[in-house]
Ligand binder design. Structure first.
Ligand SMILES: [Zn+2]
Length: 145
């Protein structure tokens, strides 16, 4: 196994636990420091978003690049064995993600997807992006009332 393959594998293994991954915790802690109030895992919302900001009516998904198929990302590869199995699995995940996002948007929520590699590679930049989307969101919401 080459170095990149090893790196990918340990990265993906860390994702199998699902919730409370490093990048997700990093995102939460940056939001917290930024003074944003949020809830974890919106159980009553489509897709159970990882971070919910009621004031902004915004739901954030911290997506793993491998499972959720981050396009053109080095972590988004297809295992060589059982190719068909993975293909089907990934297709279903991507389809379900799209449905959940449509459903959230349809009920007036702003769905935001943050990729784990973005947080991993440049947490500050990712937070700045999310922060500015939230500010725009608030302006828009206030403008609507
Ligand atoms: Zn990625």
């Amino acid at each position: 196994m080459d170095k990149l393959a090893k790196e990918r594998r340990s990265w993906n293994m860390s994702r199998i636990q699902g919730k409370n991954t490093g990048p997700e915790i990093a995102m939460r802690s940056m939001l917290h420091k930024g003074g944003f109030r949020f809830r974890l895992q919106g159980k009553n919302l489509p897709g159970k978003p990882d971070i919910v900001l009621p004031k902004f009516k915004t739901a954030i998904f911290v997506h793993g690049c491998f499972w959720h198929r981050h396009e053109n990302c080095k972590y988004c590869y297809t295992p060589k064995s059982r190719h068909e199995f993975w293909d089907n699995k990934f297709r279903r995940t991507v389809q379900r993600d799209a449905e959940q996002i449509r459903s959230l948007a349809g009920s007036g929520w702003l769905p935001l997807v943050v990729w784990e590699c973005e947080i991993k590679n440049n947490p500050a930049k990712t937070f700045t992006k999310v922060q500015s989307l939230l500010q725009q969101r608030l302006l828009k919401m206030n403008g609507d009332t």
